[in-house]
Design a protein. Structure first.
Length: 460
């Protein structure tokens, strides 16, 4: 490597001939093929690298994926921040084309930097730029975690009522078709106007009966269906079990067999029963459809409240509402594990001036971790109370606890006690920074059977 070649590098352009000659003697060239690794994230920095030809990319592992941090072109340099601060590389750098790199040992770089102040100033500017890029990446990741948790919770919670609504609409179409076909069969049999009027009256009565009747438990449902099938079989009805199932689904009992036979006619009994079953079943389904759509509407409301749509960044917040919204969005996980939720909210919990979405991220991270730690049937305790001039929100679980050796690192970014492939970190670093942003503090007490996070927030 010649001094003239090094002089073309912007970061070295201010050095004198003697210094450039010394660098040329002390340094070395390194050629990389496309895909070759220059250094790996977390490795101890040993050299200062200047890219002379080709291109490099530095990536950082985030959420199990390599995310692009910086792209490097000829004249760019790497490793100064790690060498001057005696830290590990903050990313992994790979050649994206055949590349020529000039390398200088760390001790030589440090000696040169501290005898040449302009070089130090240039390095500091670069360090600030890289640090800003890393912090920006972490902020974006923080937002992605919140969005991901919200989307996952909402998708799980919406799935059941949405699927139920779709099934019920399809069944309503079947009921409408059955009702029309049954009426056509009875009319074609030559039924009089009086019998058709009686059929319509029975349909209305069956609808009212279905509205007033309560759903049966599985055993009672099976008994009713068998009773109906036996009665229909005695009357010689074809496919008695199919019709018995339809009547049971519509919450109609065996008395309706006699009523339809008496008022509409035994000769059209199957059609008459299908008509009243369709009328009653429609009312049952409409009630279930109303329940499903109400649940969807409630979830949308919870999401709006959770994200504080159309509200100012800082407003007066009731932490209890945020916690309840979070529980709604994590409901699928709570139900899957049959978690017992114990609430202990003081009646006069004061409002606090805060960013609602940011506090909800805190509750989401803490509650989600607690649920992951709990065995099926575990207990989750939620409390909020005033302590002096601060509001204390406590989230506790009776799980196995956090190992003592991990408690000192629990708030480190990307640290996790979960198995490989189950999460990218506990999110507690995010929770801590959000609490600090509100001038509060977060405390941890953990032992087997009792893990408690206390979030202390200042009151006005």
């Amino acid at each position: 490597m010649t001094p003239d070649r090094l002089r073309e590098v912007p970061i070295l352009s201010g050095l004198g001939d003697v210094e450039l000659e010394r660098l040329a003697e002390l340094g070395r060239e390194r050629r990389l093929a496309t895909g070759d690794l220059l250094f790996r994230e977390g490795d101890r920095a040993t050299a200062f690298h200047i890219l002379l030809e080709g291109s490099l990319e530095t990536t950082r592992a985030v959420a199990g994926e390599e995310v692009l941090l910086l792209s490097h072109r000829p004249g760019g340099y790497l490793g100064a921040m790690a060498l001057l601060t005696d830290t590990a590389y903050r990313g992994s750098t790979t050649a994206t084309s055949d590349a020529l790199v000039f390398e200088l040992d760390g001790d030589e770089l440090r000696g040169l930097a501290f005898t040449h102040p302009p070089l130090v100033r240039a390095f500091l500017a670069a360090i600030e730029s890289v640090s800003g890029a890393v912090k920006g990446l972490e902020r974006d990741y923080e937002k992605l975690i919140a969005v991901g948790q919200l989307a996952a919770g909402l998708a799980h919670e919406l799935n059941n009522p949405a699927a139920a609504a779709a099934r019920e609409v399809a069944t309503l179409r079947e009921y409408e078709r059955d009702r029309q076909e049954a009426f056509a069969v009875i009319a074609a049999s030559g039924a009089s106007a009086e019998r058709l009027a009686a059929l319509a009256s029975l349909g209305a009565a069956a609808t009212s009966a279905a509205e007033d009747d309560e759903p049966l438990d599985p055993i009672a449902r099976s008994d009713r269906e068998q009773d109906l099938a036996d009665q229909l079989e005695r009357r010689g009805v074809a496919d008695p079990y199919d019709l018995a199932a339809a009547l049971t689904e519509a919450r109609l009992d065996a008395s309706w067999v006699e009523r339809v036979a008496s008022e509409v006619g035994a000769d059209v009994l199957p059609a008459g029963l299908r008509f009243v079953a369709s009328c009653a079943g429609t009312r049952v389904l409409l009630a279930e459809l109303e329940e499903a759509t109400t649940r969807i509407s409630d979830l949308v409301g919870a999401v709006r409240s959770y994200s504080h749509v159309d509200q100012a960044p800082r407003t007066m917040v009731d932490v209890r509402v945020g916690i309840e919204d979070t529980l709604s969005l994590l409901g699928h996980k709570l139900r899957e594990k049959r978690i017992d939720i114990v609430r202990d909210f003081e009646g006069d919990v004061p409002l606090i001036e805060a960013s609602g979405p940011e506090l909800n991220q805190v509750w989401t991270n803490l509650i989600d971790n607690a649920v992951d730690a709990l065995p099926p049937g575990g207990r989750l305790e939620l409390a909020a109370r005033r302590i002096g001039n601060r509001l204390c929100v406590e989230i506790a679980d009776d799980g196995p606890g956090i190992p003592a050796e991990a408690q000192s690192r629990i708030f480190d970014a990307f640290f996790t006690t979960k198995p490989v492939g189950q999460g990218t970190g506990l999110g507690l670093d995010i929770a801590r920074r959000l609490v600090l942003r509100h001038h509060g503090e977060i405390r941890l007490h953990s032992e087997p059977g009792d893990t408690r996070f206390q979030v202390m927030l200042p009151l006005l």
